[in-house]
Design a protein around this ligand. Structure first.
Ligand code: ADP
Ligand code: MG
Length: 313
């Protein structure tokens, strides 16, 4: 591609041995996409972008494809100078191991009742299985990713959410030093969301909540939730009711009136908390779309739901 990066020019498809046509792609379009990315690359250089990757996105049958595409997006962000931090869930994987071990999973109000054995299982799955899966997928491209759990260097201090639920934690405090250190050394941190209380007791914490808290603690530019639906819907059952742009105040109303339910609640709370505490933008995106992160971050196309700060900036 030696032609000037004009979107309208025909020069890039001129004759020759290896023209754009014979290569099988549309050179003006490709050039346009690359040029369109420039202001975003400049704007986000050196800025932190916290990305929560859902357990459901990892659990599908096309598992490895989705994971490989996600890893490419993270690596590309990293290589152009952004500072991605990956926070992952793993609910379906925890449930799967519980089933294999013959242990029943009980949910109350959407939260897993977590006895001592269950928190051990959650720890094994998140830190021993899901976390290295993501780390390895990223590191196929180079030695970029480092896995950490909330237990490492006191990253996540937890408290009990509700004694009746056992070891389900709330975030008490984030101590982001380990993440800042890794990013300063040009690594991409991948965070498993097990936290500990002051006695060293581990807790399983919802990854959406942790992602929001980490985005705030790192003064992130963006917080992005990748999930299994196209974004936030005004009518939970109607995919056409996607909310493209919203604010923290509107999100409060949507939670209060029951529009938002189940696993969407902690994402929405995470978004509104983050934009109220310094994060510029929060997004809820469809992780089923190939390279959805790149499309959102590097192009003018608005995808999924974007949450703005209250002042509309
Ligand atoms: P993840 O693994 O990404 O955390 P969850 O299942 O926890 O996935 O959360 C996403 C789910 O939230 C959606 O699949 C959808 O069923 C549900 N949901 C509830 N209310 C809404 C809403 N208003 N708009 C979109 N999804 C919603
Ligand atoms: Mg969830």
């Amino acid at each position: 591609m030696t032609s000037h990066p004009s979107v309208s020019g025909d020069r890039s498809v001129s004759s020759g041995n290896a023209t754009a046509e014979t290569l099988g792609w549309n050179a003006p379009t490709v050039a346009h996409v690359l040029v369109e990315a420039l202001p975003y690359i400049r704007r986000f250089a050196g800025r932190t972008i916290v990305v929560k990757y859902g357990g459901n996105a990892l659990a599908g049958t096309s598992d490895h494809d989705a994971l490989a595409l996600f890893a490419e997006d993270i690596v590309l962000m990293h290589l152009v100078g952004m500072r991605p931090v990956v926070v992952h869930g793993g609910g379906p994987q925890i449930s799967a191991l519980m089933t294999r071990l013959g242990k029943t999973t009980e949910f109350r109000g959407g939260l897993r009742v977590t006895d001592a054995e269950t928190v051990d299982i959650a720890r094994m799955v998140l830190i021993g299985q899901v976390n290295p899966q993501l780390v390895t997928a990223i590191n196929l491209h180079g030695n970029y990713a480092v896995g950490v759990s909330g237990e490492d260097a006191g990253l996540i201090r937890a408290t009990a959410h509700d004694p009746d639920l056992g070891f389900v934690g709330d975030v008490d405090a984030i101590n982001p030093g380990i993440l800042q250190g890794l990013m300063a050394d040009e690594y991409v941190p991948v965070v498993a969301t097990i936290g500990t209380d002051q006695h060293g007791q581990p807790y399983n914490i919802n990854a959406d909540v942790v992602a929001g808290a980490i985005a705030e603690a790192l003064d992130a530019e963006k917080l992005v939730y990748l999930t299994d639906v196209e974004g936030l819907r005004r009518d939970r059952d109607d995919p056409a009711s996607l909310i493209r742009q919203t604010s923290a105040n509107e999100l409060d109303e949507l939670i209060a009136d029951g529009t938002i339910a189940g696993g969407m609640i902690p994402k929405v709370r995470g978004c509104s908390h983050a934009v109220r505490h310094g994060v510029e933008r929060a997004h809820i995106l469809d992780g089923r779309i190939a390279h959805v992160l790149l499309l959102e971050i590097f192009t003018d196309a608005g995808i999924g739901t974007m949450v703005l700060r209250e002042d509309g900036t």
